[in-house]
Design a protein around this ligand. Structure first.
Ligand code: HEC
Length: 133
């Protein structure tokens, strides 16, 4: 009998845990949308589609999925030089957006979960802080 009770507690615990994570993520995404609209939309466009050969897309970007760390770095430190996104080469410059680490967390969670993108691994403040130049 006791072990059944214990299992019940565990189930409630894990359900609660994933619920908290979900609301954390959705709050971060909501804040990230504002950051995106202020700092990214001019180049990467309202639906993250970018402009072919000039501004790479974020929507369904293979780069964003395959190179998570480099993607966060590009937002933290700027990005220039050759990169390939969805088979198309870009050789431009993304100026340093100048965001706080919190804003980077939020905008990353937004772009990684918008326009058909989906990431089950939430970007955290410690992940962003750990990326030193
Ligand atoms: C002035 C235009 C400009 C702005 C503003 C800008 N970017 Fe970029 N972004 C670029 C360019 C150009 C590249 C590709 C750079 C290269 O060729 O090396 C890029 C690359 C990227 C990449 C990696 C490639 C990809 O498509 O997955 C990510 C992620 C990204 N930007 C996110 C952002 C976010 C988030 C913001 C807002 C905080 C932002 N960018 C603001 C121009 C811009």
């Amino acid at each position: 009998m006791n072990h059944i009770k214990r299992m019940g507690v565990l189930v409630v615990f894990f359900a609660g845990f994933s619920f908290i994570q979900d609301t954390e993520l959705s709050k971060s995404i909501a804040r990230g949308k504002d950051v995106y609209n202020d700092f990214c939309i001019v180049c990467h466009k309202p639906n993250g589609e970018g402009t072919e050969k000039i501004f790479p897309p974020l929507a369904k970007s293979d780069f964003l999925v395959k190179y998570r760390e480099e993607s966060i770095r590009s937002v933290k430190y700027g990005q220039k030089g050759k990169i390939k996104v969805n088979g198309i080469e870009y050789n431009g410059t993304m100026p340093l957006p100048g965001l706080t680490d919190e804003e980077i967390v939020d905008v990353m969670n937004y772009i990684m979960n918008s326009w058909g993108n989906k990431s089950d691994k939430i970007v955290t403040i410690s992940e962003v802080k750990s990326l030193i130049k």
